[in-house]
Design a protein around this ligand. Structure first.
Ligand SMILES: *Cc1c(COP(=O)(O)O)cnc(C)c1O
Length: 349
């Protein structure tokens, strides 16, 4: 394995930064008379600044994933965590290497920070060819981002391929696990001790049912986490989000939801393949399915008329005429199928 040196990966400006501290970081114990932060002294539940590190939530999440708190940092959604990663690694003339199709935010962030996005096509069955991906890496590559299960294709990337990427690149490799709870395969957090250049991205937005709270996390080596802490805005998770997430934190409930979701995914897959205008339903390890049909645009317009909103992914590479459909409640899924069957009757070939 090539050696990973965080100081080479990171923008030199960031290395010199100190972690932002507030007077309260040095004050331990029961809250006393707090005259340090220019807040309003009158209690209304939100008059005080939130805990900058979101310690209570972070420690629950870290414990759930069986990692140390020093290996975790929370963000305002995993999109903000991604933004922190880019802030750390951005350099003029730098590039990122990502498979295509994948999550659009990677490219948006790279462009925002003036970095090139090098896209390497997945195979026809959406599997990752690690060798081809690594061939796109050069001296200027700051980051590789893999999404597994991948959005919009729904498949888990083979662990052998991810291993190969981690071993073959001496910069940071992000594995975006937004949909990991829906997958049968384990999270890459269990491999953090093997790979100092691995960063696993997770979110409360999907299986955990808290998209509106905006909570995401990075799990990585303490050295990488310490760098991210330098660029994290001090109060990125608000008081209400931290409290609400703690009150909703319930792994058993999530597991039950995931089971229902998987059953519904199977039911939907079986029903969808039977429709004459559906050409392919790709296997999914996530809470959505990618469906290739005769005329995605026409179908999308029809569904919108029925007040059903799905996502047209046709513009993505390898996704010609593909709609991405989220698994809803059993009742919602039934409504979708009813509409699709009516559509089938209405079209003339
Ligand atoms: C939904 C999604 C996220 C989650 O973003 P949040 O900012 O945490 O809501 C991250 N990555 C991928 C690939 C996603 O599909």
């Amino acid at each position: 394995m090539q050696s990973f040196d965080v100081t080479k990966w990171v923008n030199p400006n960031i290395l010199e930064l100190a972690v932002y501290t507030s007077a309260r970081d040095e004050y331990q114990g029961v809250p006393g008379v707090m005259l340090d932060a220019n807040e309003s002294p009158y209690e209304n539940g939100v008059n005080r600044y939130p805990d900058p590190a979101a310690c209570a939530l972070k420690s629950r999440w870290a414990a759930f994933r069986n990692v140390s708190e020093t290996q975790a940092i929370l963000g305002n959604g995993s999109d903000e965590v991604l933004d922190m990663i880019f802030k750390c690694c951005q350099v003029k003339g730098g590039n990122i290497v990502v498979p295509a199709p994948s999550y659009g935010m990677y490219e948006v962030l790279a462009a925002t920070y003036g970095m090139e996005t090098r896209k390497v096509l997945l195979d026809e069955d959406f599997s990752l060819d690690a060798e081809r991906l690594l061939a796109a890496v050069d001296e200027q590559t700051r980051l590789i981002i893999l999404c597994s299960p991948n959005n919009p294709t729904g498949n888990v990337l083979a662990s052998e391929a991810i291993d190969q990427v981690l071993r073959g690149f001496n910069g940071l490799v992000v594995v975006d696990e937004a949909y990991i709870d829906f997958a049968a395969s384990p999270s890459w957090v269990s491999r953090l001790d093997n790979y100092p250049n691995l960063l696993v991205l997770q979110t409360c937005s999907k299986a955990w049912g808290m998209a509106g709270l905006r909570i995401g996390a990075a799990f990585s080596s303490p050295a990488v986490i310490d760098l991210l802490r330098k660029v994290k805005l001090p109060y990125n998770l608000n008081v209400c989000a931290q409290e609400k997430a703690l009150s909703l934190w319930n792994p058993e409930e999530v597991a039950a939801f995931v089971t229902t979701n998987q059953t519904q995914r199977e039911i939907m897959t079986e029903a969808l393949v039977q429709l004459s205008f559906v050409q392919q339903v790709y296997p999914s390890d996530a809470n959505f399915i990618l469906v290739q049909c005769e005329d995605a645009k026409l179908l999308m317009t029809y569904l919108l008329e029925q007040q059903i909103v799905v996502r047209d992914r046709s513009s993505q590479s390898l996704c010609n005429n593909c709609l991405r459909i989220t698994i809803g409640t059993p009742a919602e899924n039934e409504l979708l199928l009813k509409s699709l069957r009516a559509y089938e009757k209405s079209i003339v070939y």
